[in-house]
Design a protein around this ligand. Structure first.
Ligand code: ATP
Length: 247
């Protein structure tokens, strides 16, 4: 059994049929990359897994640790252990780095109020441990998040999502708009998180950077998977890269 199984899903925005029988699997411990051109369906895939609405998944199913999660609400899915860091890097700009990292308490209390008790479901990772993976954040504990660089805000958004120890971390274009040096720092952090046991599914326009850290790659084109193989195979497959990624 794979950690995540996306099985033949069809997803729609209203009448627009976006994902067409899309299937992919992510194995525990992997860094998996989902690549593709603009508008190919990458974000829609992540949103379909995370239970975000829209899109609407009308057929097929998503299983996490063998359990069907299709149709459940996003908070429920998050509590199962799937974290999604969206492209827009949600941080609280007026709070410090440290305060941002403690803000996950809010969602925990909220889930306590609805009687589930997230704490009982998922252990909360100590903030100090996150500073070890993100030394740049450690140096900026008391800096307001709104004054961090784009790359630092990305790291903070990732670090926040790790507080609840997800089994699967999904990153939507983590390198977007970042300088090459900062991309390397984010790569290092993602590698370290992965080595510590978090499985990663990332989507990227920057195929070269994603292939560098991925174990396995999928390419989506017009809502269908058109390539699936190891990152090494994709690195050597000039034709696939040229045809589907334009690189
Ligand atoms: P990019 O790299 O540009 O973000 P992507 O591969 O992530 O592209 P998606 O965001 O999944 O692509 O979009 C797939 C298609 O769905 C696109 O044609 C897009 O215009 C359309 N789409 C995305 N969000 C919506 C929405 N909320 N309502 C209607 N159509 C949408």
């Amino acid at each position: 059994m794979s950690l995540l199984e996306v099985d033949d899903i069809d997803a729609f925005y209203g009448q627009s049929h976006i994902l067409r029988g899309l299937s992919l699997t992510v194995e525990e411990g992997q860094i998996c990359a989902l690549l593709g051109r603009n508008g190919a369906g990458k974000t829609t895939t992540l949103r379909s897994i995370a239970g975000a609405v829209p899109p609407e998944v009308r057929s097929g199913e998503v299983r996490f640790q063998g359990e069907r999660i299709t149709g459940r609400d996003t908070e429920d899915i998050a509590m199962e252990g799937i974290a999604l860091v969206p492209e827009e890097r949600r941080v609280f700009p007026n709070l410090t780095v440290e305060e941002n990292l403690h803000m996950t308490q809010v969602s925990r209390n909220r889930s306590n109020r609805i009687g589930r008790g997230l704490e009982a479901v998922r252990e909360t990772r100590p903030v100090e441990e996150l500073y070890e993976a993100f030394p740049r954040l450690d140096e900026r504990r008391n800096q307001q998040a709104g004054t961090l660089s784009g790359g630092e805000q990305q790291m903070l958004a990732i670090a926040r999502s790790l507080r609840q120890n997800p089994g699967l971390l999904m990153l939507d274009e983590p390198y977007e708009g970042l300088a090459p040096q900062i991309i390397e720092d984010v790569e290092d952090a993602v590698r370290q998180i992965n080595e510590e046991g978090t499985t990663v599914l990332l989507i990227e326009q920057n195929a070269a950077a994603a292939i560098k850290i991925a174990d396995y790659c999928y390419i989506v084109d017009q809502g269908e998977i058109v390539f699936s193989d190891t990152a090494e195979a994709l690195r050597e497959d000039d034709e696939a890269r040229q045809r589907y990624l334009g690189v």
